[in-house]
Design a protein around this ligand. Structure first.
Ligand SMILES: NCc1[nH]cc(CCC(=O)O)c1CC(=O)O
Length: 307
C-alpha cells in the first residue's frame, strides 16, 4: 500500500516527515512525501501569537487531506490546536523525544543569573522566565532554527530558548549550553511528540497501516491527557499553559497549569490516576487550574492578545 505524506517544507517538518516515511517503509509500505506551503511559513516577521494561532501551520495541509491529495499529515504534536476542524483527527503519535526546553548559544559562558537577553516568541517561555528569572530580558525571534541562530550571532540576543526535541533533530546539540528543568519550564502540551493527522474519509485500511507503523501507546496515552487539558482550557499554542503527563506502569501522572503574562501568578497542579482515565485526568486538572484563578488569567490573556 502507498501512503502519501503531507508536510510543511521547513527542515524540522521534513525531518519529521522522513522519520514517518522510514517507519512506513520499514513496515513494508511505499510512502511518498509531498511538501505544502502554509501561512505560518510565509509570514515570518510577525510573532505567531499576533497572527492568531488558529491553524496558521495547518489550514493548507488540511485542504489537501480533505481532497485526498495526501493521506496523512505529519506535525509537531505541540503545534496542533486542541480542537481540530470538523472531520479531522489525530490518528497516531510517535514515541516522544526528551520533553525539556534548552538554552542554545554560541557563547558557552551563558549564565542565567545574569541579566542576559533571550530570544523566544513563546508566551509560555516568556511568562515562565518572568516568573523564575525576572532579571532576564526577552526578545521576539522567528524563523527556523538556522535563521534564529544567525539572528542570535548577529547580536539580536545572547541565547535562544527552544525545545530540546527540535534542536536535537536539527543536530545543534553542540550549541546547547543549559538544559532547563521540567519543574520550572513545564513543557507545552505535546512537546517532543510527532502527530499524524488524517481526514475521517481516509480508508480504514490506511488508518490501520499508519497506526500500526507509527503509534507509540505510552506517548498516545500521555497526549490524550495533555490534549484533554488543553481543550478544556480552550487553548492553542499561543496561550501560556503547560502540561506534561508521564506513565509508570498503568499509572499516569500529570502536571498542568498556567502563568499570567506578567509572570506574577503561576498556578500548577499534579494528579495521578489509572491510565484508562487519561482524558478525565486532563479535564480534572483543567477544572482545578480554572477554579484556582486560571479562569481569570485566561480571560486577561485573551484580552491582551486580541489588542
Ligand atoms: N513552536 C514551534 C515548534 N514546534 C515544535 C518544535 C520543536 C519540536 C517539539 O517540541 O516537538 C518547535 C520549536 C520550539 O518550540 O523550540
Amino acid at each position: 500500500m502507498k501512503i502519501k505524506i503531507g508536510t510543511r517544507g521547513s527542515k524540522l517538518a521534513l525531518w519529521q516527515a522522513y522519520f514517518v516515511q522510514e517507519k512506513l517503509v520499514k513496515a513494508g509500505h511505499e510512502a511518498e512525501i509531498i511538501t505544502i506551503d502554509t501561512k505560518g511559513d510565509k509570514i515570518l516577521d510577525v510573532a505567531i501569537s499576533k497572527i492568531g494561532s488558529k491553524g496558521v501551520f495547518t489550514e493548507e495541509i488540511e485542504e489537501q487531506l480533505a481532497s485526498g491529495a495526501i493521506d496523512i499529515a505529519v506535525h509537531s504534536a505541540k503545534d496542533m490546536q486542541s480542537k481540530l476542524p470538523e472531520g479531522f483527527e489525530l490518528i497516531a503519535f510517535s514515541e516522544r523525544e526528551k520533553v525539556n526546553d534548552v538554552i542554545v548559544s554560541s557563547n558557552t559562558k551563558i549564565d542565567l543569573k545574569q541579566p542576559i537577553t533571550l530570544g523566544t516568541s513563546s508566551t509560555r517561555r516568556i511568562a515562565t522566565l518572568k516568573h523564575f528569572y525576572p532579571h532576564i530580558k526577552t526578545v521576539d525571534i522567528r524563523g527556523n532554527l538556522q535563521t534564529r541562530i544567525r539572528k542570535m550571532e548577529e547580536g539580536l540576543c545572547d541565547a535562544i530558548l527552544l525545545a530540546y526535541a527540535g534542536v536535537h533533530r536539527m543536530e545543534y546539540d553542540d550549541k546547547i549550553v543549559h538544559s532547563l528543568s521540567i519543574s520550572e519550564f513545564v513543557p507545552a502540551v505535546g512537546q517532543g511528540a510527532i502527530a499524524i493527522e488524517a481526514h475521517e474519509q481516509l480508508s480504514g485500511e490506511k488508518k490501520q497501516i499508519v497506526k500500526y507503523a507509527i503509534n507509540h501507546k505510552n506517548t498516545a496515552d500521555c497526549l490524550t491527557a495533555e490534549r484533554a487539558y488543553l481543550k478544556y482550557m480552550d487553548g492553542g499554542c499561543s496561550i501560556p499553559v503547560f502540561g506534561l503527563a508521564t506513565l509508570q506502569g498503568n499509572s499516569i501522572e500529570m502536571e498542568a497549569g498556567i502563568i499570567s503574562l506578567d509572570g506574577k501568578t503561576r498556578i500548577s497542579f499534579k494528579l495521578t490516576d489509572d491510565v484508562s482515565q487519561a482524558e478525565n485526568l486532563g479535564i480534572l486538572l483543567a477544572k482545578q487550574v480554572l477554579n484556582a484563578g486560571g479562569d481569570k488569567i485566561l480571560k486577561e490573556i485573551k484580552q491582551q492578545l486580541n489588542k
